[in-house]
Write a protein that binds this ligand. Structure first.
Ligand SMILES: Nc1ncnc2c1ncn2[C@@H]1O[C@H](COP(=O)(O)OP(=O)(O)OP(=O)(O)O)[C@@H](O)[C@H]1O
Ligand SMILES: [Mg+2]
Length: 226
């Protein structure tokens, strides 16, 4: 079933083998997105939300089932092509920011563009500065991640996710490590920046208010999305 949706998953299966025991995490999870839509993924701890996000983002192979990004069968691509598609089409925002500690904030933000290798460093830096200004960090360009607060680091991670103007943003509990006020601010920013550009946003959240702001909520339960 090839599909031209921005993101579609069909019949995803994933298990882990742990100490001789098999844990079936995903057992036929499917869903499709429409352009401009935001989808909240909820489910109890351990239900497989992060596992699903990794599969959707091309970070880990499913045992069975397919992921389509703009009609492209993600796991049919070679490793190299998948890496390029990921850099061009998907922006990731994780709970634990994942900024590289030895690089400055601006250098972290241009990383996805470096992976594509299409723009000069100068061009990339101009865009990074624009994005960091958008997220309120124009005075932190040359700081190292550990010199920033949690909320600032997550805002930098959002700027990095938007570096290549990807049509799809995957966010796994992006405000899970932040206090409520900071988290709300980061969430406002994420919604604003994705809505502006009609980007599809798929977000794992524990917060019912955040889920309510999305166009749709899917619950992961017994390995299925309902
Ligand atoms: N690398 C792994 N090896 C073995 N088991 C794993 C591995 N990664 C995840 N699991 C198991 O798979 C299940 C789903 O994990 P996952 O991280 O996807 O859950 P989650 O819904 O994101 O939970 P949380 O809300 O706590 O983040 C859990 O029971 C977990 O213990
Ligand atoms: Mg998780």
């Amino acid at each position: 079933m090839p599909t031209n949706a921005p993101l579609a998953a069909t019949n995803l299966y994933k298990h882990y083998a742990l100490q001789g025991k098999q844990i079936n995490v995903l057992c036929g999870a499917s869903f499709t997105t429409s352009p401009g839509e935001s989808v909240a993924i909820i489910g109890r701890s351990g239900s497989g939300k992060s596992t699903l996000m990794h599969l959707l983002g091309g970070l880990d192979k499913p045992d069975a089932g397919k992921v389509f990004i703009n009609g492209q069968d993600l796991y049919k691509l070679s490793e190299r092509k998948r890496t390029l598609l990921r850099a061009a089409q998907i922006g990731f925002v994780f709970q634990a920011y994942h900024l590289l500690p030895e690089m400055t904030i601006a250098e972290n933000v241009i990383l996805p563009a470096m992976a594509l290798g299409k723009r000069s460093r100068k061009e990339m830096m101009v865009r990074a500065e624009m994005l960091l200004e958008r997220v309120g960090l124009s005075n932190r360009l040359n700081h190292k991640p550990q010199e920033l607060s949690g909320g600032e680091q997550q805002r930098a991670a959002i700027a990095r996710a938007l570096m290549n103007e990807p049509p799809l943003i995957l966010a796994d509990e992006p405000t899970g490590n932040l206090d409520t006020v900071t988290g709300d601010h980061v969430m406002d920013l994420l919604f604003e920046l994705t809505r502006e550009r009609n980007t599809v946003l798929v977000m794992v959240t524990h917060n019912p208010e955040t889920a309510a702001r999305c166009s749709r909520t899917l619950t992961l339960n017994d390995g299925l999305l309902v």
